[in-house]
Design a protein around this ligand. Sequence first.
Ligand code: HEM
Length: 391
Amino acid sequence: PYPIYAELRKTPVLHEEEGGAYVIGSYYDILHLLHDPRISSDAANLAAAGDDELTGPDSTGLPPSFIRLDPPEHDRLRRIANSSFGPPHCPRRIDSMRGELSRIVTELIDGLGDAREIDLVDQFAYPFPVTVICRLLGVPREDEPRFRTWVDPLVASLDPDTRRSADTEFQKAAQDARMQLGMYLAGLVEQRTKEPQDDMLSDLATSQGADGTLSMMEVLSTAVLLLIAGHETTVNLITNGMLTLLRNPEILQRLREDPGLSVRIVEELLRFEPPVQLVPQRTCIADIELRGTTIPKGSRIWLVLASGNRDPERFTDPDRFDPDRPDIEHLGFGSGIHSCFGAPLARLETQIALAELARRLDSPRLLQDPPPYRQNAVLRGPRHLPLAIGG
Ligand code: HEM
C-alpha cells in the first residue's frame, strides 16, 4: 500500500465520491485532526453518516465501548479501566507481567520442538496475545482452551476477508461463540464481584471512585474491547516485525547480540509497518477547514496513520527501516484522547517476543517473500509466515 499512500499525500484532502469519506494522508494533518474535538468517534454519529459497520450483524450486541464514544463518557470509562491497567507512564500491572510474558514466550518457542518448518503466525504470533489477555483479565488457566474456542471464531468474524467468503454455518458458529463468550465473562464478573482477586476483571467489577462504578454491560463491553483491540494488532506487529528483521539480517544479528535493541526496533516497526494502517471510524461534527478545503459537518473522515508515518515532510528517508532514527514519533498507536490504551502492553509483548525469537530460532529463513497477506485495508499483516529453521 505504501506507493498508494505516496500518491495520496499529493492531494491533502482526498474526496473521491459524493457521500464517500474524506481521506487524509499527511503526518501533520493527521496529528492535528486526531486532537481536534470536532472529529467524533461516537458510533451513533458514524451510523448517522451512513456507516452501518457497527450496527450490522457482526456487532457484538454490547453497548459501545470507549473507543466508539466521545467525552465525557469516553473519559469516564477509560479512566476506570486505566486505574486497573495503570497510566501509560506507570504501567503497574503491565510491568509486573514481564516475567509472565517471558514464560509464555518460552513455552511457545519450546513447543516448536525440532520442526524444520514452522508457521510463525499459527504457532507463535496468534496464540501469544490471546494467552496474555486471558492472564490479564484473570481467566482461570483451566478455562483458557475453552476461551480460545470462542475467541477464534469471534476474531475470524471481524476479518473482512473471512466475512466475504463465510457461509451461514460459519456465521452461526461466530454468533454462538459471541453468546457463549458473553455468558462466560458475565459469570466470571459475577464471581469476581463477590470474591475479588488480583486481576483486571476484579478491578473493573469492583471499581469505585470519583468516576463511579461500571455496570455489568460496561464491564463486559470493556473486556471484549481489550480482547478485540489487543489481539490481532499484536499478532500483526510481531509478524510484521519478524518479516522485517528477516529482510534486514544485519539488524536481526544486532538484536541477537543486544536484546535491549528491541525497544527501538519495536518503535521503528510501529512507524514502518504499523498494524493499524488507518482510523476509519471518525465523523466531523462541524465544518472543518483544511488546506483550502471545507470538510462538511456529517462527513466521514479516514486518517491514514501508515501514510503519515512515511511522510517525507516529517521523516528523513521514510521508506528505510532504521531503528537508529533519532526521533521516531510515529502515529502507530494513534494520538490524542483515543491513543492506544494497550500501548505499554503491546510494546512489552513485542519486545520480548522479537528478542526471544531472534535468540532462539536457529537460522530462520523466509519460505515465501512476500508472504500471503490478509485482505484488510485497516489491519495489515501476513495471514501466514512460513519459515525454514536450522542449517
Ligand atoms: C486504540 C493500535 C494493541 C487496546 C488504538 C488506536 C490505535 C491502536 C491506532 C487508536 C484508535 C483510534 O484512534 O480510534 C494498536 C496497535 C497495537 C495495539 C498497533 C499492537 C501492536 C493494543 C492492546 C490493547 C489495546 C494490547 C489492550 C490490551 C486499545 C484500546 C483502544 C486502542 C482499548 C481505544 C482507546 C480509546 O478509545 O481511548 N490502538 N493497539 N491495543 N487500543 Fe490499541
